[in-house]
Write a new protein. Structure first.
Length: 85
């Protein structure tokens, strides 16, 4: 089985863009999947630094607003991104 390395910051930026979507295909189920994926990547690489809701007034658990969020990354990701550039 082949193996490829993926830049965690690129994955995070992609996920955050998907969680900002408001089109008809950006459903609760879709965003739950994005959240699960990005949290796994961030935790597995020790880069999880929390998240914020896009709208705190619309963040009841299980709703579309709850999964409309932006994830943060650890400061060490910036340093490693600069080194690899």
């Amino acid at each position: 089985m082949s193996r490829k390395t993926v830049n965690v910051l690129e994955v995070l930026e992609y996920a955050n863009n998907q969680l900002r979507r408001t089109d008809e295909y950006a459903t609760v189920e879709y965003k739950v999947g994005v959240c699960n994926m990005v949290e796994m990547v961030l935790h597995q690489t020790n880069n999880y630094a929390g998240f914020t809701f896009h709208d705190n007034a619309d963040s009841e658990t299980g709703t579309l607003g709850y999964y409309s969020r932006t994830y943060f990354y650890s400061a060490k990701m910036v340093g490693s991104a600069k080194r690899s550039a």
